[in-house]
Design a protein around this ligand. Structure first.
Ligand code: HEC
Ligand code: HEC
Ligand code: HEC
Ligand code: HEC
Length: 340
């Protein structure tokens, strides 16, 4: 009894030291860099941590560029039997694409990830059928979505990074009500990685990045619009915005002046790029990725039976420009372009 009383001040000191250690661990080591993103006084500041950024840049190194191919000679459509997308390429360019996509998507597995190695023309592996659609999707992104990807463009590597299944994908999650539970009507209150471990609705993607529901919180009239803009819409909007910030590794003020989130005049040019990005993601999910559910084996589908789909993080992976803005497409411009 006496012994423990005598120890009490020391224990208190140790506790205090532990608490301080806990607090400091929650902070980030300097140096922090801040940059103004808006007019002076608007507080539109981006804060970056040099060490964290360094680590992200390390994780975003590009693979080596394949040696250039001879663009003359026989067309692939003539040289091979079952070529439906890349027939306009020369034989050399065609094989350069095959080597590159192997490195970008299945470096450990090799050609056999997509091919029956006894007969390369055979379409019996689902991965080859999916890859053919992915080639068309990549052409579509680079040629029809310059409003978002500019001339920087994308390759398979932008999403895959050497993995057959990209690290950031999403599936429909309608919440437990749809699965017969009265609690959790919106599928929320469970911290989820896709929305930065917040307890907002876990799936803002089905309605905003596959469906085209309005992303709107603020009323545009003095009269209440509660019928049209219920609190649930606000929660889902914030869930999507949280994903966008986390996916790009930026604060809300990268795009918004937070005194009025809805106001376009006070927003940054990046918000306009993001607006196109939302439309692009909808288009890719609706026309390319979701329809592939008929092609995938059951173990690739989500709990609701839907196909794996893309969001902002699929390409961006924590940076405001994927691969830190590296213009990787230019080294494969001829091969990944549509026939002229
Ligand atoms: C990620 C999937 C994927 C990988 C990996 C892959 N291929 Fe292909 N390959 C395809 C697709 C898709 C086609 C059909 C392209 C088209 O329709 O335009 C194809 C077609 C071919 C053809 C034409 C066959 C014919 O006669 O129709 C050859 C040859 C070929 N690939 C060689 C290779 C080689 C060699 C490798 C390994 C270095 C490889 N591929 C790796 C997806 C892949
Ligand atoms: C916008 C991002 C994006 C781009 C660009 C992209 N993919 Fe994909 N890819 C996906 C997503 C999402 C999936 C679904 C993951 C899964 O299969 O579970 C996928 C799946 C695949 C699969 C099936 C893998 C498996 O094991 O199920 C193959 C093969 C593939 N992609 C090849 C390619 C090739 C080749 C290219 C470039 C011509 C490409 N992808 C470009 C997002 C992308
Ligand atoms: C990368 C740019 C970007 C980032 C970062 C971003 N937003 Fe947005 N935000 C947008 C765009 C674009 C829209 C409009 C979407 C549309 O109309 O399709 C929007 C819409 C909104 C709206 C709806 C405004 C209205 O008219 O009712 C709110 C609220 C909002 N954002 C809050 C946030 C919050 C909070 C954060 C940080 C957690 C954030 N945003 C981060 C781009 C961004
Ligand atoms: C198919 C891949 C892909 C997807 C999906 C994608 N982006 Fe992008 N995004 C890019 C590329 C590539 C660039 C770089 C364009 C350039 O160099 O100007 C970019 C640039 C941006 C920029 C401009 C950054 C800056 O510093 O100027 C914003 C903002 C942005 N994206 C937001 C989004 C949001 C929000 C989403 C999801 C709704 C999204 N992106 C989805 C590929 C993608």
């Amino acid at each position: 009894m006496i012994a423990s009383f005598k120890n009490a001040p020391r224990k208190g000191l140790m506790l205090a030291a532990l608490m301080v250690a806990g607090l400091v661990a929650g902070c980030e080591a300097p140096p922090q860099k801040t940059s103004q993103n808006g007019y002076r006084g608007t507080g539109m500041v981006q804060i970056t941590n040099a060490a964290k950024l360094e680590a992200k840049l390390d994780a975003n190194k590009l693979p080596e560029v394949q040696p250039p191919a001879d663009a003359t000679g026989d067309k692939a459509s003539k040289a091979y039997q079952n070529v439906k997308v890349l027939g306009h390429l020369s034989e050399g360019q065609f094989l350069r694409v095959m080597t590159a996509i192997t490195e970008w998507v299945a470096p450990e597995q090799g050609c056999g990830y997509c091919h029956n190695l006894e007969n390369l023309a055979d379409d019996s592996m689902y991965t080859k059928v999916v890859a053919r659609r992915m080639l068309q999707m990549t052409q579509h992104i680079n040629e029809d979505w310059k409003t978002h990807v500019a001339s920087t463009g994308v390759t398979c590597y932008t999403c895959h990074r050497g993995n057959p299944v990209p690290q950031n994908i999403w599936f429909a999650d309608p919440g437990h009500v749809a699965r017969g539970s009265a609690a959790d009507p919106q599928g929320q209150n469970e911290p989820a990685d896709l929305i930065a471990r917040s307890s907002l609705p876990r799936d803002p993607f089905s309605i905003y990045l596959l469906g085209a529901q309005d992303i709107r919180v603020a009323s545009t009239t003095t009269l209440s619009e509660t019928v049209g803009r219920p609190i649930q819409a606000a929660e889902k909007t914030y869930a999507l915005m949280t994903h966008m910030s986390e996916g790009l590794g930026v604060n809300c003020t990268f795009c918004h002046n937070s005194r009025s989130f809805g106001n376009w005049e006070e927003s940054t040019p990046q918000r306009v790029t993001a607006w196109h990005g939302i439309r692009m993601a909808r288009d890719l999910n609706k026309d390319y990725l979701d329809p592939l559910k008929a092609t995938y084996p059951a173990n690739r589908l989500g709990p609701e039976g839907d196909a794996p789909k893309a969001n902002c993080a699929t390409c961006h992976q924590g940076l405001n420009k994927p691969l830190n803005g590296a213009a990787m497409l230019k080294d494969y411009a001829a091969e990944l372009a549509r026939p002229k």
